[in-house]
Design a binder for this molecule. Structure first.
Ligand code: UD1
Ligand code: MG
Length: 382
């Protein structure tokens, strides 16, 4: 299975110097989400088609398993996939290879949906991910005759009858790689936008007698793209709601599932409770019975069972708290271990320290760790 990810578009409507696919969703670039999904479905080859800001994208993603194809100039989605072809596995025997086309700015597509699409594609079909929507404006329409897909017509090329069609092309598709190698060089650009449309391969498949089949996403947000900051924020909220639901299904108590932000991996034991407005970044592990009170930020930290963090506490990378540790308001901990039953309840900075058990760090205490050139470790024993 080859996966081609289109990411050459400029993203003008983001009004930003950062290439669109590098804008973070839940702390990770949009393109990073798509790459992870491609890996999750077992892609053997992943090729990203890049253009604008390309070098920046390659460096930022630092993905050694990815082949990069430059598309310059950008002449349409069909032209984009054509640039990826030389980088793809294209065996015909003993088993044919397939190519799945994804988009760098469509971050929330689910692996389960893609697996369904790959399944319906079977051995020798073109499979399209389509959706029935109330307002199809702007999308390519799926044209069917007697129930069978015959072609896709783009909004700008559609006649009035075609514009009424409410089954739309999400853009995601699976095709036999050998067929793509036949079709893509044969595409023309005589259409309203003067572009080489990937969608024109549908009519070519039909002309060859290849079956064109369809599958559908479970939720509309799976195939929604990011073209603006407004759309980015909307998908961020969808993603955070999904994460909150997973946490609650796993037994975590959330004071308000709409007021938690997880930008990484949050691993929770049993009977963890999290109050409102907490942000988790990187990998955070909370042991059994941990309470995180309101307005805390935790980044790459481990919190032992029965500990209480917050309100208004900040755990920075390298923090390891033992069991039954209390970190109170306006306490910052960085690169420090604090052993069982110790407390820092008010207004303290614990940086680069090793603190034993049953230690009470009094209000306003600072472990001075930096002289302007070197970092020093502070050790406070049991
Ligand atoms: C495309 C589909 C349309 C579908 C819609 C779904 C075609 C011709 N049309 O339309 O049927 O309903 O997506 O959103 O495919 N890109 C490149 N290089 C290019 C052109 C585009 O990499 O030369 C990338 C863009 O960065 C973007 C994606 O391909 O991520 C889609 O391009 P866009 O121009 O937005 O497609 P639409 O015109 O919306
Ligand atoms: Mg376009």
């Amino acid at each position: 299975l080859n996966v081609v990810i289109l990411a050459a578009g400029q993203g003008k409507r983001m009004r930003s110097d950062l290439p669109k696919v590098l804008h973070p969703l839940a702390g990770k670039p949009l393109l990073g989400h798509v790459l992870d999904t491609a890996r999750a479905i077992g892609a053997t080859k992943i090729c990203v088609v890049y253009g604008h800001g390309g070098e920046q994208v390659r460096t930022a993603l630092d993905a050694p398993d990815v082949t990069w194809a430059l598309q310059e100039p950008q002449l349409g989605t069909g032209h984009a996939v054509l640039q990826a072809l030389p980088g793809l596995a294209n065996a015909v025997s003993p088993a044919p290879t397939f190519t799945l086309v994804l988009y760098g700015d469509v971050p929330l597509i689910r692996a389960a949906t893609l697996q369904r699409l790959i399944e319906v594609a079977g051995n020798d079909s073109l499979a399209l991910l389509t959706a029935h929507v109330d307002d199809p404006h702007g999308y390519g329409r799926i044209v069917r005759v007697d129930g069978l897909v015959t072609r896709i017509v783009e909004e700008k090329d559609a006649d009035d009858a075609e514009k009424l069609i409410r089954e739309i092309n999400t853009g995601i598709l699976v095709a036999p790689t050998a067929a793509l190698a036949r079709w893509l060089p044969a595409l023309g650009n005589r259409n309203a936008q003067g572009e080489y449309y990937l969608t024109d391969i549908v009519a070519l498949a039909v002309a060859e007698g290849m079956p064109v089949v369809t599958a559908h996403p479970d939720a509309a947000w799976e195939t929604e793209g990011v073209n603006s900051k407004v759309q980015l924020a909307a998908l961020e909220r969808v993603h955070q709601r999904n994460v909150a639901e997973q946490l609650m299904e796993a037994g975590v108590t959330l004071a308000d599932p709409a007021r938690i932000d997880v930008r990484g991996e949050l691993v929770c034991g049993r009977d963890v409770s999290i109050d409102v407005n907490c942000v988790f970044e990187g990998r955070v592990v909370l042991g059994d019975g941990v309470q995180v009170r309101a307005n805390c930020v935790l980044e790459n930290a481990v919190v032992g069972a029965g500990s209480i963090v917050g309100p208004f506490a900040r755990l920075r990378p390298g923090t390891e708290l033992g069991r039954d540790v209390h970190i109170g308001n306006f306490v910052e901990v960085k690169n420090s271990t604090i052993a069982d039953h110790s407390k820092a309840n008010h207004l303290a900075y614990v940086g680069d320290a090793t603190i034993g058990s049953r230690v009470n760090v009094g209000a306003g205490t600072i472990t001075c760790n930096y002289d302007g050139a070197n970092k020093f470790r502070t050790v406070i024993e049991d």
